[in-house]
Write a protein that binds this ligand. Sequence first.
Ligand SMILES: [Zn+2]
Ligand SMILES: [Zn+2]
Ligand SMILES: [Zn+2]
Length: 307
Amino acid sequence: MRIKKFRCIQCGGPKINPYSTPYIMCDFCGAFTDIDFAIGIEAWEQDKRTTLRYQMQKADLLSRSQAALAQGDRDAYYYLQREYWDSYYRSFPAYLPPTIDTDEKYAVYLEVCAVSSVESGFDPKWQKYAAHQQLLQSSVTFKQIGAQAKADSSGFFALADFFVSITREGMRSFYEDPRYAVMHQLLPETLHFKMKTSMFAQAWLPYLTDGDGDRLLKMLGFSNEYEEIERLDGNTVECPSCRCGLFAPEGSYRVFCERCRRSVAVKSRFLCVSCGSPNNIPDRIGDAIDCGQCGIANRLIVPYFGQ
Ligand SMILES: [Zn+2]
Ligand SMILES: [Zn+2]
Ligand SMILES: [Zn+2]
C-alpha cells in the first residue's frame, strides 16, 4: 500500500497508517493536518448514482437560491443553503472533516456554512466576484482531443487564478470573523482552503490536458508524491469505541481510528521534564502543558522529530 508523502505540520511525524478518507490525521499527535486530493476523487467516483443524484439536487437548490436572492429573501436563501450543505455531506460522508465527530458539532458546522453563505450571497462585493467568475467560466473554450473535450489553457487559468485569489480573500475575512471562531477548531484555515480548491480541481480535472492538470495541482499545492508505508516499531492499541486494533508507532500520543473516525489516546500521562511528576495529556497535544506540580511548561511533541 502506498500513501501520500507527508509530514505532520504540528509535530513533523510521518504518516504511518493507511487511511480511507481525503483527510490525513497524524499518527503521532492526532492532529488533522492535510488532505489527500486523490482519495477525494475516489470518493466522488465511487458510486455514480449518488454523484448524479447529488448533482441534480445541487442544480435544483442553486437555482432556487438564485430566485431567493433575486427576491431579497434572506431566510429562504439560508434554508436552501443549509439544505445544500446537508445534502453534500450526506451524499459524501467521506468529505466531512474528521474533527466534526458528533451531531452537535455537525449542527454547528452546518449553521456556519449556511450563515456565511447568506453573508457572501447578499454582499455586493461577492456578487460582483461571483458574476466575474461566471463570466470567466463561460469564456473558457473547449476543443476535442481524442474522446474528450479539453479546456483551452489561457481561458482556464484566468478562471483558476481568479478563483484562488477570491477564495484566499474570502478565507481571510471568514477566519477573522469572531462569529465563526469555532471554525479554527473544526476546520483550520489552511485545510479549509485546500478543501475548497480540491473541490474546484475535482470538477475541472476531467476537462484539462495532462499538462494543465499537473500545472493546476502544483499551483494548488496538491502533491502527487506517494511512498510505501514506513514500518516503524510500535504497539497495537484497542479503539475504545469499535474495539478494532490500531497501530500506534513508538512515540505516538494519539492515533486515528479510520473505522469510527475518532482520535484515540495512546498514552494518558507523561512525566514532567523538570520535576518528574506525572501529568495528564490533554486533547490538544500541540500546546505547551504547564506541570501541575512545579508549573514548568512541557512540550510533548515538538522535540520528537527535531524541529
Ligand atoms: Zn503530528
Ligand atoms: Zn474505532
Ligand atoms: Zn514539574
